[in-house]
Design a protein around this ligand. Structure first.
Ligand SMILES: C[S@@+](CC[C@H](N)C(=O)[O-])C[C@H]1O[C@@H](n2cnc3c(N)ncnc32)[C@H](O)[C@@H]1O
Length: 226
């Protein structure tokens, strides 16, 4: 079995990948959650139905569920261990937060059924980023918000260095973590330029493609036209 993070690309998270991400990397990504408050939640009406694509261990699903107890949320992930982990973690939230196995590039939902679609840190893994985004737009209702974030391959060294300071590992591993982040995580993700190209064909109103300030992360946001 390929061992995290030294396999070519983590398509399906094994329990080892999930543990590494949740225990070490996620605490560094979590400070970016303000983009959810700025670019996603304000555009959702009361009791909106939303999809979290690549929900993983549910860090951000939980954040959204806590901020907006009125929302009905489906978290979707390609990896069975992640769906089990998220279901266990969110078991006290009841029916309003549910998880299922699925592939971003082949969403098993009818057109226009979600009031909002979010995906955090997952697009770099999709077998086709273009198809995944087309799928996210397909299942989104007109005027619904889309928010996609992931590591920025074109990040500055300073932002990457500050980011890995929040990794939950001994500080002396900083250099190694930085190299791994640059090579295996951001190195396999999208650059700001690629994010712009990916967003271009999407029919988004108030489209914004930008770096998340001070972080080695990039985001695509907007609302479906129509
Ligand atoms: C870095 S984790 C992010 C998890 C979570 N969104 C977070 O930010 O904490 C990426 C997740 O995307 C999932 N994933 C990878 N490819 C996928 C695909 N094609 N469709 C759905 N999920 C996918 C992985 O299994 C993994 O759980």
């Amino acid at each position: 079995m390929p061992m995290a993070p030294f396999d070519s690309i983590t398509a399906v998270y094994t329990p080892a990948h999930a543990w590494m991400y949740e225990a070490i990397v996620a605490p560094a990504v979590y400070p970016s959650r303000h983009v959810i408050d700025e670019h996603f939640l304000p555009f959702l009406a009361e009791n909106a139905h939303i999809l979290d694509v690549g929900s993983g261990g549910a860090s951000f699903t939980k954040y959204i569920a806590d901020r907006r107890p009125d929302l009905d949320i489906i978290g979707l992930d390609l990896a069975v261990p992640q769906v089990k982990r998220a279901t266990r973690r969110m078991r006290h939230y009841g029916e309003r937060v549910r998880f299922r196995v699925g592939d971003a590039t082949r969403l098993d939902f009818a057109d226009g059924v979600f009031d909002g679609v979010i995906s955090y840190g997952s697009i770099k893994h999709w077998s086709s980023r273009e198809t995944g985004l087309t799928e996210c737009m397909r299942v989104l209702k007109p005027a619904g918000p889309l928010l996609i974030t992931d590591a920025d391959r074109s990040t500055s060294f300073d932002d990457a260095e500050r980011f890995i300071e929040n990794y939950r590992t001994p500080r002396l591993l900083g250099g190694i973590n930085l190299a791994i982040f640059h090579t295996w995580i951001a190195g396999r993700s999208i650059s700001l330029e690629e994010a712009r190209d990916l967003a271009d064909p999407l029919d988004l109103v108030d489209e914004e493609v930008s770096r998340i300030p001070g972080m080695p992360l990039v985001m695509i946001s907007g609302r479906k036209a129509g």
